[in-house]
Design a protein around this ligand. Sequence first.
Ligand code: NAD
Length: 484
Amino acid sequence: MVSRIIPVDPFDLVVFGGTGDLAQRKILPGLYRRFWAGQMPAEARIIGAARSELDDAGYRAMVRAAIEEHVAPAKREPEQIDAFLEHIRYVAVDARGEGGWKELAALVRPDVIHAFYFSVGPSLFGDLAERIHAHGIAGPHCRIVVEKPFGHDLASAKALNATLAQHFDETQIYRIDHYLGKETVQNLMAVRFGNILFEPLWNAQYVDHIQITVAETVGVGGRGDYYDKSGAMRDMVQNHLMQLLCLIAMEPPHRFDPDAVRDEKLKVIRALDPVEPADLVRGQYGPGDGLAGYLEDAGQDESDTESFIAMKVHVSNWRWKNTPFYLRTGKRLRARKSEIAVVFKDPPHSIFGEQEDRRGNVLVIRLQPNEGMNLRVTIKEPGPGGMRLVEVPLDMSFADALGPEAADIPDAYERLIMDVIRGNQTLFMRGDEVEAAWAWTDPLIASWTGRGDRPKRYDPGGAGPEESAMLLHREGRRWREIKE
Ligand code: NAD
């Protein structure tokens, strides 16, 4: 397969927070990889903007170090890195003051696409929006990219949307959820809407249930302060898991167009039932395996914040009535794994008689590790010995089917930043989607807070609290294993 890299138009990308962790780990290495792949036009410029007093040379040295740390050796050719660094500039800017803004305004070219990436804490989003506007660099070609968290609850998300709306049109605002930039997430739409095979079965009549798992092995170390005020519901479910659920559950949009796709996702969020307390399990990891527990990691003596959450969710519409969606996410679990599993019902009648341990068709969409999909189907076990059935995976490995180049999947941030430059908002959250997600999340949080619910302690390296397994067991189902 020949890869088709389509260069984007010339642009100026200003990375506010360009010296921060996200910029150094994801944004700048991602931009380098796009340059390496030939997607960046010669006139493109990337302007780091942060508080540190650096000049271009100092910032380029920092970017070089970030590339050396975060880009695979096969793509780190010294001449390529040097050529990429030619595109880099730096301006010391204070989001809360006037320092640096005149210099920045003089640097940004009004006649090319310019994007402002807000890779800073959310408390600065409003200040940045205001100053970009005040300094006359918010022209018609301008876009802003906003990182998570987008608010802490419905009220703060509304306030943030209102602040941004004072200076930017919704078509200029790109709210990032990097889960949407993953190759397999987009493939999910291709599989659903590009084939006739799946869509007729994609409903309550044929799907027994759906599992969405985002499991991490890491604890909250380093982000403890932020995390303790947030918890798994706000940090993961309200955005990432909800977005995955939307893509699985939504109706076919009439076109693959940003607003058509986002309209359908919004309808799913609005169709979510409230979750009963008995259908929700919160957990907090204890110490073990030589590792600190949550409280120590978060620097708290006491805390009711959940580092794990599992729940049964219903989408109340014709397609999904009574089909449970089980969501779970947590830290310090057995493996780092994100996947969606669509578990189909058994055939209505088995002509082969009872067979032990038979499980039905399952379509698994793997987000990490090894992005890909597989479909478990039943076949006859080869050889003599009668009609014994076995389940085998039909593995849709991109590399096998499409050649080795296809296995070189761009990181989610790379793809999303290029979408910003192209002006394609399909994989970004619209303001009303974010608000609807909070409108569903807020009462759940208020409900457990009001009940004085405390998270269940779970051991590190497992699958979360026992009660999470019970959530499915009591209905004759079981979670897929958390293993790589
Ligand atoms: P960080 O603390 O490492 O970096 C913050 C950056 O903001 C620095 O470059 C700093 O110079 C700049 N800054 C701070 N105050 C400033 C001011 N007054 N004026 C100008 N610049 C200022 O933070 P981070 O981890 O890179 O996170 C940035 C944003 O991205 C946050 O909103 C965070 O929630 C979000 N985010 C981060 C990650 C991650 O993996 N780090 C993941 C998802 C979302």
